[in-house]
Ligand binder design. Structure first.
Ligand code: NDP
Length: 331
């Protein structure tokens, strides 16, 4: 089996030399353990800031979706499809007796449609899907007729946020980093979308795309981008702080601008969240996503990189926007 070691702390944008590929024998299974062969591994933005607190030398962190190929657990017979945070590896020995809710081995839903790719368990029907669904519904509470703005809109989470906003009868507005991504957002049914890299000013682009102001802001980007968006919020608007990707490569926390006065006078509700806070509700959310996909109300794209050896490339590429939709690696 092969795995990537987190060999060097990132300094600025991650580099391929920050990872080390190792090959080793898989150990004998003990009672209660299973051997999982990974089918798809995920590369996600959080891996950049989270590794800051981790020691080097560990298996690089991440979620995967795989199949049980050897089992010493009657609950997980050979052939079972599971999702787990086993990190960047081709094979993993997992202890099914470990009931830590943050690290639990989850089975693919029993009624998971045969015609849907299993990789969606890392995307629309997995962690990013739950981020979009619960982060929007619980914290922004979008109401019919309101305007929802999401940045990083052509990514795994953002593309779902805009579509869920449409399902809820809102005006969906998004921004993304290429014209092709913007064209895709319009195909998805976004009412307005713009390329934040080529607009003359973010301020003017928001004025045009959200002429009635923004009621719900789903923030994937943070920092200066968000300070500008707050100026376009309506009274009693809700802000769901999901990510801050524009700052993930910074060594120091961003200093200002401080938009507290805007939050005060607009009486905004601004909430940061980590999606695992709703982990107990995930099965319900996953069911909802599958249903919307089957009904044709939710469309998805995946940016699939082939080959385990290309995991660092896939991660580095995703961070600079090479992906449209969810970035995954097919083993
Ligand atoms: P994406 O699929 O959206 O991929 C990342 C995208 O970010 C890139 O494609 C790129 O698109 C965009 N990007 C990169 N740098 C910048 C920048 N400086 N300014 C604006 N956009 C940038 O990833 P996910 O959908 O998986 O994640 C989206 C956000 O959600 C991230 O911030 C992530 O950390 C957060 N997240 C939070 C969770 C939580 O529990 N709070 C859970 C999951 C995700 P472009 O071409 O448009 O620039």
């Amino acid at each position: 089996s092969k795995r990537f070691i987190f060999a060097r702390q990132f300094d600025g944008p991650p580099k391929e030399s920050d990872f080390q590929l190792v090959e080793e024998e898989t150990p004998e299974l003990k009672d209660g353990e299973i051997l999982v062969e990974s089918l798809f591994n995920s590369v996600d933005p959080y891996m950049r800031p989270y590794t800051r607190q981790l020691p080097t030398g560990i298996t690089m962190i991440g979620e995967g979706c795989g199949r049980v190929i050897e089992s010493k657990s009657s609950d997980f017979p050979v052939g079972t499809v599971v999702m787990h945070r086993y990190g960047w590896c081709t094979h993993a020995v997992l202890d099914t007796k470990n009931k830590d809710p943050q690290n639990i081995i989850r089975k693919a839903p029993a009624d998971y449609p045969k015609d849907l790719p299993l990789s969606l368990l890392l995307g629309a029907v997995g962690m990013p899907g739950m981020t979009a669904y619960y982060g929007l519904m619980k914290l922004c509470e979008p109401k019919e007729g309101e305007t929802v703005f999401v940045n990083g809109a052509a990514g795994a989470v953002g593309s779902l946020v805009g579509q869920i906003a449409k399902i809820k009868g809102c005006r969906a507005v998004g921004s993304a980093g290429t014209d092709a991504k913007v064209a895709w957002l319009k195909e998805l049914g976004f009412d307005a979308a713009f390329n934040y890299k080529t607009v003359s000013s973010l301020d003017a682009a928001l004025k045009e795309a959200a002429p009635n102001g923004i009621d719900c802001y789903f923030d994937n980007v943070g920092a200066d981008f968000s300070s500008t968006v707050l100026n376009h919020m309506n009274l009693f608007g809700r802000v769901s702080i999901c990510g801050s990707i524009s700052t993930y490569n910074d060594n120091e926390p961003a200093k200002g601008p401080y938009p507290f006065v805007t939050i005060l006078f607009k009486q905004l509700t601004v909430t940061g969240f980590i999606v695992t806070r709703w982990i107990k509700e995930w099965p319900k959310g996953m069911e909802q996503m599958v249903q919307w996909i089957k009904e044709g109300k939710l469309k998805y794209r995946e940016h699939v990189t082939e080959g385990f050896e290309n995991m660092p490339k896939a991660f580095i590429g995703m961070l600079v926007g090479e992906n449209t939709g969810k970035a995954v690696v097919k083993l």
